[in-house]
Write a protein that binds this ligand. Structure first.
Ligand code: HEC
Length: 190
């Protein structure tokens, strides 16, 4: 997400009614500076808060921020073991949910999905890397190009796919990193 700096003012002193945004000192030119939300920023937040929000299942709302975790370096020089469940949690679960059942009217289930269960993994890799709009007529939203945006490697994509292909009752053939790599090259948008 780009920074919308023009929605904020930098002030030396705060006046009554100012909404101060707490920014780590490293991002300020001087520790005396305060970042204050402009009228437009406050109006934008008020508008977003007024929109109807689908209630998400579970205790707390999932993070909608993409986290890019560095794989732990393996001491012996072997490539680190990729954890499909963790990668799913960081890249896919905010929409498709921890139980893989998605969210009615917004995100389709991956549990029992014909695309996830398909022996041929090409469409699944394509969706992960390039996004998907094939089911918008059924009322689902558009899936962004999550894999490309999050710079997922073939190994990471394979680990996520294998997690989805073997969870929630899904039982589909595993894919290899090599297989995914070839398909990623093929479906890559220039
Ligand atoms: C920002 C929300 C979001 C994230 C994050 C997301 N998806 Fe999706 N996904 C969607 C939506 C929305 C659709 C349906 C798109 C449509 O309308 O065609 C979808 C569709 C799919 C489908 C097709 C399912 C079917 O049966 O039609 C697969 C497979 C899929 N996503 C896999 C993934 C994987 C793997 C990840 C993580 C790497 C992921 N998605 C992350 C929103 C998301």
């Amino acid at each position: 997400m780009p920074a919308y700096t023009w929605l904020f003012e930098i002030k030396d002193s705060v006046q009554e009614g100012d909404v101060v945004v707490n920014v780590p000192e490293a991002f300020l030119a001087s520790t005396h500076q305060k970042v204050v939300a402009s009228r437009e920023a406050l109006q934008l937040v008020a508008y977003l808060q007024s929109l109807k929000q689908v209630k998400l299942p579970g205790e707390k709302s999932p993070l909608f921020l993409y986290k890019r975790e560095q794989p732990a370096a393996a001491g012996d020089g072997a490539s680190p073991v990729l954890n499909g469940a963790e990668l799913y949690a960081n890249n896919c679960q905010s929409c498709h949910q921890p139980n893989g059942e998605g969210l009615k009217g917004a995100f389709p289930p991956l549990k029992g999905s014909k695309i996830v269960l398909n022996d041929d993994p090409e469409l699944m890799v394509d969706i992960i890397m390039n996004g998907y709009t094939g089911r918008m007529q059924e009322g689902f939203g558009e899936m962004p190009a999550v894999g490309t945006l999050n710079k997922l490697t073939p190994g990471e994509v394979a680990a996520i796919m294998n997690h989805e292909r073997s969870s929630w009752g899904n039982n589909s053939r595993k894919v290899t990193e090599e297989q995914v790599k070839v398909i990623m090259e093929k479906v890559k948008k220039q």
